[in-house]
Every structure is written in structure tokens, then in C-alpha cells.
Design a protein around this ligand. Sequence first.
Ligand SMILES: [Zn+2]
Length: 279
Amino acid sequence: MPELPEVETVARGLAAVWEGRTLVRVECRRPDLRRPLPPDFAARLTGRRVDRVGRRAKYLLVALDDGTTMLGHLGMSGRMVISRGRNEPPGRHDHVEFVTDQGISVTYCDPRRFGLLDLCPAAELSGHPLLAGLGPEPLADGFSAAVLQDALAGRGSPVKVALLDQTVVAGLGNIYVSESLFRAGILPTRPAGSLRPAEIARLVPAIRAVLDEAIAAGGSSLKDHVRPDGELGYFQHSFAVYDRAGQSCPGCTCDIGDGGIRRIVQAGRSTFFCAKKQR
Ligand SMILES: [Zn+2]
């Protein structure tokens, strides 16, 4: 499932082939994804120039020259695949295709169809039902120790669960919350409201660092963004604790006699942590 760094990588890959280009052909091969596509979706995009491709939380934001923004979410399994001209017939999960004036094709492929594409006037974007309640962007200046402290104050839920709450901080998912708490040395089971100011002051840069490193890894996967299999957003990345139960965490002896990295389930999701390094 794509998380913030994957979506950022997709946004950067799309920006490279879309910004300043005109969409000369848009084809929808079904009327809906998770929800119906907007009325006249293809017609409203055709002939439009893309001014900017950005991201808010896990949403792609594609600003068009008529003041409309296309909002996209990749759901569980959505992918944007770039190719230079199409050589073979579309696959059964290739739901929407966008072709630019340079002949570059971007196909939205989504086997499980939990993704969505919507259109919204740019001026109304902050009030869009999917974006209105989102907390601060973790990589923006508005996210600080003071802001996070306020958001966690009084919360009895485990800090792992609180950080998955998109109103606390936007775009964090299961993988990067585990990695951030490890980096900050904080036990995921601690009540969110019990974190001390010094711990929150460690957590904020830890969140930024794990996201920045993952985005950098994704960026290096983009060097060759127009390939026969030009799929954006999924890349090899190594984790310190995520999905590494039983192994030792970096620079630690937790695998000797201690059972190594532990896996627990919180709010139905796996959490990974080192009981030696996280308190
Ligand atoms: Zn360890």
C-alpha cells in the first residue's frame, strides 16, 4: 500500500512528464473506481495543460490551466505507469489512460479499485471532504514539536495509533510510524499523552528523517522514469524494524537472548519495535 514517500515519488515522476504539457487524449475504460469518476471526466481533462503536480498527504494534486485540480488517491493497489507510446492492448486493470502532446502515456492501473480520481476547483480544494480534516504535512514548516505536543495532549491511545490518525499528522502510515518511533527511541505502546517534551522534540525530526530518506530512495528509482515497465512509486527500501520480527535492529544485540525485533498488533495493524532501544 503506497505511503507518503511512494506518493511523493509518483508526484515527482508525473511532474517530469506532465508539467507544462497538454493532455491531448484521456480515455476512461470504466465509469468508476472506488467511487464514480466525475461527469465528463475525460472531456474536462482533454486539451488542458498541466501547470503543476503536487501532493497533500497521500493525495496527488494535478493543477490544470483552467483552475481545476485533479485529485488522485492510489488506494491499496493503484499504480501510475508511464510509457512512450503503447505497443500492446490495455490490460483489464488499466482503467484510465492520459496521453500528452509529447506522445507519453500514463496509465492508471488498479486491480482492487480502492483508488479514486476526482476534479475540484483549486480555490475549493482545502474544503474538499477528503482534504478538509487533514492535519499538518510532516515535511512542512507547520509541523513542529509544539504542534505535535498539542495534538497528542490528553490522548490515552498508544502513540503508534495516534500517529496513524490523519488529523494529528497527515500522510503517515503503518510502515513509517514504526520506523519513526524506533528512530526516536519511543515505545509504540506508550499512551500518546504521556510523551515528554524532550521525546516529542526527538520524534518530529525522526518522522522527517525516515520520510526524507524514503523519498530519496524513491527519487533514485526515478532516474529512468520512462521505461517499458515505467511504473512509478514502488521501490526497494530497507527498514530498521518494519517487517523484521526476530532479527536484530541496526547496531543492537536484541536478537541475542532477547528475541529480536518484536511484532505486536495495535488497532488491527502490525507494529514492530525493539524493546531494548525503545522506552
Ligand atoms: Zn534492538
